[in-house]
Design a binder for this molecule. Structure first.
Ligand code: FBP
Length: 271
C-alpha cells in the first residue's frame, strides 16, 4: 500500500484540493457569482496554479479534463469523485449514489486519487458504508489514495439529544474518526469554528490526513484565518470550491493559500 505522502495529491504532507463537482451537488446557481466558472475549461485553467495538488471532478468533467490536458499540457493531478447527488432529488434521508467505478477511474481516467462522500448518521449509512468498503478495497489494488468527504448528516443526528448538530465538534470528530476506521487516507470535514475544534477533529483521526471543506464564499481574511487555524491545529490543508471559482481573480487567493498551507505563513504575513 503506497503511503499518501508518496502520492501526487500531497506536497510535504499537505494538500490543496480544488473541488468542482458543484454542477451536480448544487446546480448551476453556484456559477452565477462568476459566470465564467460554468465553463469547466475556466476551472481547469485555475487548477493549474502551483498551489493546487489535485482537481476533484465527477466522471463527466474528469473525462473532459483528460482531453483538455492533452491539448493544454495541464499537469494538476486528478481526483475522481465516485459518488454524488443533486439538489433536485428529495430522498427520505441523505444519500450519495455511486456513479463511477474505481476501475473506470483508474484504467480509463488514469486517476491519481478517488473521493467518496459518506453521510454518517443518515438512514442510508449502511448502504454508503458498504459502497465505501467496495471502493476502498478496489482503490488499494490500484494504489490510489482514498479521500472521504466525511459529512455527518441525517435522521440519526437530528433524533438524538446527545448530538448537538452536524456542525458541532463532537459530531465532526466522530465522522472524521469513521474515516480512519473504514480505511480512508484523508478526510474532508466541515470547519467546526475554532482551532481547538480542529485539534479535536485531527486528534480523533490519529494520523490520517484531515482537510477543511471550503464552504460558501467568505472574505479573504476570514477564509485564510480558518485555513491557518486548521493547519496550526495539525490539519493538512483544504478542499475548496466556491471560495476559489467564485472569485474574479482566484490566483490571488491561491497565492496566499499556498503560503499558509505549504509554507506555514501567518494570515498577517500573507495579507
Ligand atoms: P465548497 O468549498 O464550495 O464548499 O466545496 C466543497 C464541497 O465538498 C464540494 O465538493 C461539494 O460540491 C460541496 O462542498 C458540498 O457541499 P454541501 O453538501 O455542504 O452543500
Amino acid at each position: 500500500m503506497r503511503p499518501i505522502d508518496d502520492s501526487p495529491i500531497t506536497r510535504n504532507g499537505n494538500s490543496l484540493i480544488l473541488a468542482y463537482d458543484h454542477g451536480l451537488e448544487h446546480g448551476p446557481r453556484d456559477f452565477e457569482p462568476m459566470p465564467a466558472s460554468a465553463d469547466p475549461k475556466h476551472v481547469f485553467e485555475v487548477a493549474q496554479h502551483d498551489a493546487v495538488t489535485a482537481l476533484a471532478l465527477q466522471k463527466g468533467n474528469a473525462e473532459y479534463y483528460r482531453q483538455w490536458q492533452e491539448e493544454n499540457e495541464g499537469d494538476t493531478p486528478l481526483l475522481v469523485k465516485l459518488n454524488g447527488n443533486s439538489n433536485l432529488w428529495d430522498p427520505d434521508d441523505h444519500h450519495s449514489p455511486l456513479n463511477c467505478s474505481v476501475r473506470y477511474a483508474a484504467e480509463e481516467l488514469n486517476a491519481d486519487a478517488v473521493g467518496f462522500t459518506v453521510y454518517a448518521g443518515s438512514d442510508n449509512e449502511a448502504h454508503m458504508f458498504e459502497e465505501f468498503r467496495r471502493i476502498q478495497e478496489a482503490a488499494r489494488k490500484y494504489d490510489l489514495p482514498v479521500v472521504m468527504w466525511a459529512y455527518p448528516r441525517g435522521h440519526g443526528i437530528a433524533r438524538r439529544d446527545k448530538w448537538e448538530s452536524s456542525t458541532s465538534t463532537d459530531v465532526i470528530s466522530y465522522a472524521a474518526r469513521i474515516g480512519l476506521e473504514l480505511g480512508a487516507d484523508m478526510v474532508k470535514c466541515k470547519y467546526p469554528g475554532t482551532r481547538e475544534g480542529w485539534e479535536e477533529v485531527h486528534e480523533a483521526t490519529q494520523g490520517i490526513k484531515t482537510v477543511m471543506s471550503g464552504g460558501s464564499k467568505a472574505s479573504d481574511e476570514d477564509f485564510l484565518t480558518d485555513v491557518h487555524n486548521v493547519v496550526a491545529a495539525g490539519g493538512n490543508g483544504l478542499a475548496v470550491g466556491r471560495n476559489i471559482f467564485q472569485r474574479q481573480n482566484p490566483s490571488e487567493l491561491l497565492d496566499k493559500l499556498e503560503n499558509v498551507i505549504f509554507e506555514g505563513m501567518s494570515v498577517e504575513e500573507v495579507l
